[in-house]
Design a protein around this ligand. Structure first.
Ligand SMILES: [Zn+2]
Length: 250
């Protein structure tokens, strides 16, 4: 306890000299936003200035949803320059707090739109769509896994009902390094480019997947080819339903 207090005061003192800046516009953050000794009232104030917080909070609660035969796709944000900048910071800086904030946003959306009494939404596993092994080695983190864990924690904290509290992260997919993001190629080529990109991390996990309902997590969806390919693999292992949620759609 005493050690914690000393640590909090120490980091606050250091940050007084080198104040952290807003992740969106690079302005210095006000002291009450980042002090450790008494945590701020909202989780945005750790990395967004007041102006950017207001911009963030004014965004609609849901960008759009699409249904298909395998389940539903939720998109939390439009890919506006503001959101694109934040995702870029979160992934390439990289910033775990920002990734967790996206996770909390996605969980809030699901808690709002999926009544826990409806067993359609009783997902057994939250499965992150992984970056390629080479990418996650280079960045030293797996951003979709961090987002997924934040969703799991939020479900546990907010939902007293069984459907959401039974849901846990299963990091069962791997993506071969041969498949790199190809933002410049055409839609048809992208579909072909991701074919066969995913595999199960450990074949023993296939027994957990049989009959399970999955919530698949990704950060940005462009053509949807990557999500479709991951869904196809999960279904081939006997998964019953694959719902998907993404931070933004480009
Ligand atoms: Zn700002």
């Amino acid at each position: 306890m005493i050690r914690r207090t000393v640590y909090n005061w120490g980091t606050d003192l250091v940050r007084l000299g080198f104040p952290p800046s807003c992740r969106s516009c690079s302005h210095h953050l006000p002291f009450e936003g980042w002090k450790n000794s008494s945590p701020p009232s909202n989780h945005y104030s750790r990395f967004l200035c007041r102006l950017c917080q207001r911009q963030f909070q004014s965004l609609p609660a849901l960008h759009r949803t699409t249904d298909d035969e395998n389940g539903r796709l939720w998109v939390r944000f439009p890919y506006s320059p503001f959101i694109r900048g934040l995702i870029h910071q979160a992934k390439f800086d990289p910033n775990r707090d920002l990734l967790r904030m996206f996770g909390v946003e996605l969980a809030d959306l699901l808690l709002k739109y999926c009544p826990a009494s409806d067993f359609q939404w009783s997902w057994r596993y939250i499965v992150p769509v992984p970056p390629s092994e080479e990418t996650s080695r280079r960045r030293l983190l797996n951003q979709t896994l961090i987002i997924s864990r934040a969703i799991e924690r939020s479900f546990l904290a907010h939902s007293p009902n069984p459907p959401f509290t039974n849901c846990s992260v299963l990091n069962c997919l791997t993506k071969s390094s041969a498949y790199k993001p190809q933002t410049t190629v055409s839609k048809e080529k992208r579909v072909n480019a991701v074919a066969g990109a995913f595999a199960l991390r450990n074949l023993k996990q296939s027994s957990c997947l049989k009959g399970a309902s999955i919530l698949l997590i990704d950060d940005v969806v462009t053509t949807g080819a990557t999500l479709k390919e991951a869904t196809k693999l999960l279904l081939s292992f006997g998964v019953r339903r694959v719902d998907r949620i993404v931070v933004a759609q480009a």
